[in-house]
Every structure is written in structure tokens, then in C-alpha cells.
Design a protein around this ligand. Structure first.
Ligand code: MN
Ligand code: MN
Length: 294
């Protein structure tokens, strides 16, 4: 089961400049084949379906624990998209055709289907699909897939970084490049434990260091790339059987930190009257709030 903490895994301020075009690109990191929906669902179902975990507990613990971190990543990417979309369209009081201001920018479904918020889809708006989940039950094959998935995810983040210079979108890419890098190394080490093959020698994939991306280097300088957080009060303790030794790039000591990162607040999202979100008039909202608090 899950406990939930109403915080983001990383400080993620609202975008200062709304940017629906960047929001559309960032969608690829949420609902694309190599996006966070795919990592969370691959690892989650692999953990649900894991056979023989009494003998392979460190691998079960690893995939379960990373799945839980990924659940927080869909939250961080959604928060980024929502920040980029807040204030993006003219507000209803200014004109009788407020959404004309965003026609042709980014993904129209953000405005036509959602309340200027994140879609469970990719940069083209195509929905995330369950057949992005790969789960054969063969532990080596599934870990190999997960390594590949993290490599593809890293490629996606680097390309979204190249498609937008919005500072908030880039900060999100930087953080997730570092955390995805941790997962790449973790699955490489899992494969080495299982097979003896030194998969980590293949890194970096793509062949560019996080230290070359200023928004990622900031988190590397804090040591985030050496840390695997344990997202459970009492369980998944055997992740330290795999997450140990040296980081393949800089030789730093790998550490398991008990508990989630400090993170940052979930930003409140302003009302957007032109898309009727949340749909009440301000006076009515105040009345409802007053009644609930009595
Ligand atoms: Mn992730
Ligand atoms: Mn990951």
C-alpha cells in the first residue's frame, strides 16, 4: 500500500512566464513511451508480478522502491506542466474569445479538454498506453529492459531540454536527469549482480555527463546522484545490497538514505475562469469554504 506526502520531491516554483509551447514538449516526459508514466507503471507492475522474491529480495526491493520514487516524478512533471499553463491564455474578463490567444500554441487539448493542466499523454497529445509496460517475469530480461528504459528516458529529457529554454522546464529536466541517472546505475548494478556483466561501463547513455548540464550539475554538486532514497517507513531495506560501492562516473560512495527527500511545496494553481476551472464564481467559493471550515 501507499502512504502519500503532499509535497513535491524537489522545489519546483511556478513558471514566471506561462509557456504553452514548452508545456506541450514537456508532456513527452510525462506520457511518452519513455516518460515517467512508463517508468512508474513498468516498475510498479514488475513489483506486483514478481515471482520468487524470497530468493531475489534485493531485486524486488529495488524495483518496488524505484517505482515509488517514479510515482513522485509524474507529480513533479505534472506540476511543471501546470505551472507553464497557468496564466497562458487571456482570462475571460478581458475578451469574449480568450482561448484565441493560445490557438496554434502547444497542445490545444490542454485548453479544450483539460482545465489548462497536464494530460496523460505525450507531446502530440496521444494517450499513454499500457503496452508501454514490459514485464516478462524473467528477472534479467526485465532489469535489462529497465536499464534501457532509463536510457531512453534520459534521451527524452536531454531533447526536451534542447527544445525549451524555459528555466522551470529546464530545472525539472536537470533534477530528473540526475534521478534517472541514479536509476540507470541501479539497474546496471542489478544486472552485474545477476550476470557478472559490467553494464555500467556502457554509461553515459546518451554520451554526455550530467555535469555538462548546469541545471543537473546543481543537484550533482549536492550529491543527489550518489543517493538512493528509501521510500518506505520499514520496508525495501535490501536495496543497499545493490546500491553500494562506487559511482561509475566519479567514484563517489553510493548511499541509501532512509526516507524521502526534503522536496518542496505543491504550488496552489490559480483559477482559470476562461476554461471554467474550478467553475464556481468567486463569491460562491468563499461561501463554500466558510461553510466547510465552520
Ligand atoms: Mn523518473
Ligand atoms: Mn527513473
Amino acid at each position: 500500500m501507499y502512504l502519500r506526502i503532499d509535497r513535491l520531491q524537489v522545489e519546483m516554483p511556478m513558471a514566471e512566464d506561462p509557456d504553452p509551447t514548452a508545456a506541450a514538449a514537456v508532456q513527452e516526459l510525462l506520457g511518452g513511451r519513455f516518460g515517467e508514466m512508463s517508468t512508474v507503471m513498468n516498475y510498479t507492475y514488475q513489483s506486483f508480478n514478481f515471482r520468487g522474491k524470497d530468493k531475489l529480495k534485493p531485486f524486488y526491493d529495488l524495483v518496488s522502491n524505484i517505482a515509488t520514487e517514479e510515482l513522485g516524478h509524474i507529480e513533479v512533471v505534472s506540476a511543471t506542466i501546470n505551472g507553464l499553463l497557468t496564466g497562458a491564455a487571456d482570462r475571460a474578463e478581458a475578451t469574449d474569445s480568450p482561448l484565441k490567444s493560445v490557438a496554434g500554441l502547444g497542445n490545444p487539448h490542454h485548453f479544450l479538454n483539460n482545465g489548462q493542466t497536464a494530460l496523460v499523454g505525450n507531446a502530440l497529445g496521444a494517450p499513454w498506453q499500457g503496452d508501454y509496460v514490459f514485464n516478462t517475469g524473467d528477472v534479467v530480461l526485465d532489469m535489462l529492459h529497465n536499464f534501457f528504459l532509463e536510457c531512453g528516458a534520459r534521451m527524452g529529457k536531454l531533447r526536451v531540454y534542447e527544445m525549451t529554454d524555459n528555466p522551470i522546464a529546464r530545472q525539472m529536466c536537470g533534477y530528473l536527469l540526475v534521478r534517472g541517472g541514479v536509476h540507470q546505475v541501479a539497474y546496471a548494478k542489478a544486472l552485474k549482480e545477476l550476470t557478472g556483466v559490467e553494464v555500467e561501463k556502457m554509461l553515459n547513455i546518451p554520451n554526455i555527463s550530467n555535469n555538462e548540464i548546469p541545471e543537473a550539475k546543481k543537484f550533482q554538486d549536492e550529491g543527489s546522484h550518489h543517493t538512493l532514497y528509501r521510500f518506505s517507513p520499514d520496508d525495501y531495506k535490501d536495496i543497499d545490497k545493490i546500491w553500494k560501492g562506487q559511482h561509475p562516473e566519479d567514484g563517489g560512495e553510493l548511499v541509501v538514505e532512509d526516507g524521502p527527500p526534503e522536496g518542496g511545496p505543491v504550488n496552489p494553481l490559480a483559477e482559470e475562469p476562461q476554461v471554467f476551472a474550478p467553475g464556481y464564481h468567486p463569491g460562491e467559493l468563499a461561501e463554500i469554504a466558510a461553510r466547510l471550515m465552520r
